[in-house]
Design a protein around this ligand. Structure first.
Ligand code: DGJ
Length: 741
């Protein structure tokens, strides 16, 4: 069964039964082995080997994570663990795969529990294993208590991406409180020059690439927001300083598939060994396991590339496309869409939307999306959320006439929703004030005038499914933009017994996945975009149910170059929506040409978000031409291999990206100049990833190539000699397509 359909089925079960697998089942073709003589496990896939072994006391030790080894290479058995000193016992200085708080552990635990008698000592030892269709399952058990842990390992053969997760079982007769639980601990090979790359941000300023050395002590990346967040994204890459570059050198990388509060801890211990532990955020966390119950973690995916940061992100992109996305292994190409938000904000009307749709259709737009403002008493952000019925003042006959017109114009229809939220000024809140996350008798903080519905509650899930199901059954809707415009506050669930209230951190997100899965099951044609006031919910967990994501509300085409660079470190351009909007842009008041705005957006999934009523005939002509060009090469941009040729970071005046199709028959080059100064000469740009012997014809689709550029040359020529795009002026852009002849 394909991976994604298993996911969806698991998620539905969760909603019905309350408990189900969070882990993504791995591919059944995993290359997994166990060497009984030396008690060593290994997984192999696409040039990567991951190995671990059982040591003399039954701990599971990491042995190798990196480039692939020959099948018969002699891996060492896990060494005997030994204390370093009276201060640092063996479990704190041994590279363990999964370590519980107990036995004097002073480093980051993968698991920490509390027994009803106050005891918190948990010491896990090997208790058996199974080689499964999906990889390896290792069973651990406490030295005396009936607390069992299962570690699940898989490796996607085609991309070498490792999947790790854990499940803890309470087989004691008393309740057990889980205070901290990670999906996995990953140990890096020993080196003292590691540099951590990660992503930070805020609303309208997401996807900033950060770097810092991994020094003695800990570095924490996390979200305490109840959602993925943009302050940190649950992704990392680790290279070696001055060794790992954009296209060279070893890079270890990974991402946690979880859309709730999460945490990644990077530790360099007293012996200089580095490890990464990722899972549920222990901040305000507690999960009570009754006798017989279990708790599963999200999946921590990890990879290795010898080809620098570029190689690492290409692997991640390929993995998302072939395993994670709902359409995997061959997700549909993203249609060119129009979105009404920046044009009308809340002032949507049938007549106004029809006028925009008619204009959008002439450009070649394929999907018309009506954003916020169409439902309840929604004239601003102070009312209406929760009431998912059409506003009859704005749409007297419902959505049907608008949708019919959009369909006649040859486009699909999409709609904005924000199902997890409620405004206090709504019929839903008036009827069910207890449905929001809250602490009894305490103020309920609002964010954007709204509160968060408690998705951990079954009646709330039922309401959301029912409202959306009705909307999608009664209307010909092909697409939902699923928004989420605030983080949590007062994270209480007063209806549950006190000891169980903090399950919210797990149950909310698990039920969100189940709702998305159920909507997709009932309406298999409907596609979904994950949006959280911009890029606040982009992660491998939500991507299993989302065909595309909205990376940021910042639509300034120059800012977007850097954000796209950051986004692409972790996520594929083929899910990243990018709209062409008005100039001057509302964020920076920066003016740019329509062509520049298009070229910036065409590096992802193209959309138009401007008010078309203000466009001139010339602008219509430019847009129509560039949309046609985009359609002809979007498969390469959305699904191809991305090479970040010139980085826009560090105030670089120039940047360039290249996308090369899987067949290497086409490549698309985009180049941007912030501003010219001092008569600088444009550099020649050397391409990558082409077939050296194949001949490629070059064609500029915007801007020009230098006069001395040949019309046709070999891949070797374009890669070794290069092409010059003579940009001059401020905010200039050019793009060309290389087609094999
Ligand atoms: C935040 C989103 O990011 C915007 O694109 C828009 O949909 C607004 N919400 C609507 O309220």
């Amino acid at each position: 069964m394909p991976v994604t359909s298993l996911n969806r089925r698991a998620a539905c079960l969760s909603l019905l039964g309350g408990m189900a697998a969070l882990a993504v089942p791995f591919r059944s073709d995993a290359d997994a082995r166990f060497d009984e003589r030396i008690k060593v496990f290994r997984l192999d896939g696409d040039g990567v080997t991951y190995a671990f072994g059982i040591d003399s006391v039954g701990q599971i030790q990491a042995l190798h994570w990196g480039g692939s080894l020959a099948v018969d290479d002699p891996l060492p058995a896990a060494p005997n663990p030994s204390d370093f000193s009276g201060f640092d016992r063996a479990n704190s200085v041994t590279p363990l795969e999964y370590v519980a708080f107990g036995g004097g552990l002073v480093t980051e635990p993968s698991l920490k529990v509390a027994f009803p008698d106050g005891g918190r000592d948990l010491v896990l030892r090997y208790a058996g294993h199974e080689m499964t269709a999906e990889g390896i399952r290792v069973r651990l058990k406490d030295i005396s208590a009936e607390v069992h842990v299962e570690l699940t390992y898989g490796m996607d053969k085609a991309t070498g991406m490792l999947s790790r997760s854990a499940r803890v079982y309470n087989r004691t007769r008393r309740p057990l409180r889980i205070d901290q639980m990670a999906a996995a601990t990953l140990n890096l090979p020993f080196a003292d020059d590691y540099e951590l790359h990660y992503l930070t941000g805020r609303w309208a300023g997401e996807w900033t690439v950060q770097k810092r050395p991994l020094e003695a002590g800990s570095t924490v990346l996390e979200s305490r927001l109840g959602m993925t967040g943009s302050q940190n994204n649950p992704w990392f890459a680790v290279g070696r300083k001055d060794v790992s570059e954009e296209e060279n050198g070893p890079v270890w990388f990974g991402a946690l598939a979880w859309s709730g509060s999460w945490r990644m801890v990077f530790e360099k211990d007293i012996l200089g060994q580095s490890r990464i532990t990722a899972g549920y955020n222990p901040f305000d966390f507690a999960y009570l396991l009754k006798p017989g119950e279990s708790l599963e973690t999200p999946v921590f995916y990890a990879g290795y590339s010898p080809d620098g940061m570029g190689g690492a992100s290409r692997r991640m992109h390929r993995f998302q496309r072939t395993v994670i996305l709902p359409g995997a292994p061959a997700p549909k190409l993203r249609p060119v869409l129009y979105n009404s938000w920046e044009a009308t904000e809340f002032a949507v009307t049938e007549q106004g939307q029809v006028a925009l749709a008619e204009k959008a259709a002439t450009l070649g737009v394929e999907r018309f999306v009506m954003d916020d403002g169409w439902f309840g008493k929604r004239n601003n952000d102070r009312a209406g959320l929760g009431d998912w019925t059409v506003n009859r003042e704005k749409f007297p006959q419902g959505l049907t006439p608008l949708i019919r017109r959009v369909r006649e114009l040859g486009m699909e229809f999409g709609l904005w929703v924000e199902p997890e939220m409620v405004n206090p000024d709504s019929d839903l809140y008036r009827a069910h004030p207890d449905w929001v996350i809250n602490f009894k008798g305490r103020p309920r903080s609002e964010g954007r005038n709204q509160m968060v519905l408690n998705l951990a509650r079954k009646e709330v899930c039922d309401y959301i499914i029912k409202s959306l199901d009705l909307l999608l059954s009664e209307n010909d809707i092909a697409f939902l933009k699923w928004d989420h415009n605030r983080s949590w506050s007062e994270p209480g669930w007063p209806e549950r017994p006190v000891a169980e209230q903090q399950r919210l951190y797990v149950d909310y997100t698990r039920n969100l996945y189940a709702i998305l899965a159920e909507i997709r099951r009932r309406h298999p044609r409907v596609e979904i975009e994950s949006c959280a006031g911009g890029g606040g919910r982009v992660d491998l967990g939500i991507m299993r149910f989302s065909d595309q994501v909205w990376p940021t509300d910042n639509t300034d085409p120059f800012d977007r170059l850097k954000m796209r660079d950051g986004f692409s470190q972790a996520y594929m351009p083929g899910v990243m929506m990018a709209w062409v909007t008005a100039s001057p842009n509302w964020v920076n008041k920066r003016s740019t040409s329509l062509e520049y705005r298009f070229l910036s957006a065409m590096q992802g999934c193209l959309g138009i978000g401007d008010n078309l009523n203000h466009w001139t005939p010339d602008e219509f002509a430019t847009a129509k031409r560039l949309i046609a060009e985009y359609k002809a090469m979007r498969a390469t941009v959305q699904r191809g291999d991305l090479y970040r040729l010139i980085s826009p970071q560090d105030n670089s005046p120039r940047s360039a990206t290249l996308s090369v199709s899987g067949t290497r028959r086409q490549a698309v080059l985009f180049a941007f100049l912030h501003s010219s100064s001092k008569f600088e000469t444009a550099p020649r740009i050397q391409l990558r990833g082409l077939e050296p012997q194949t001949r490629y014809a070059v064609r500029a689709i915007a801007g020009t190539v230098a006069d001395d550029t040949p019309k046709v040359a070999s891949g070797a020529y374009w890669m070794n000699h290069g092409v010059k795009l003579p940009l001059r002026g401020d905010f200039q852009a050019a793009a060309c397509v290389f087609d094999a002849v």
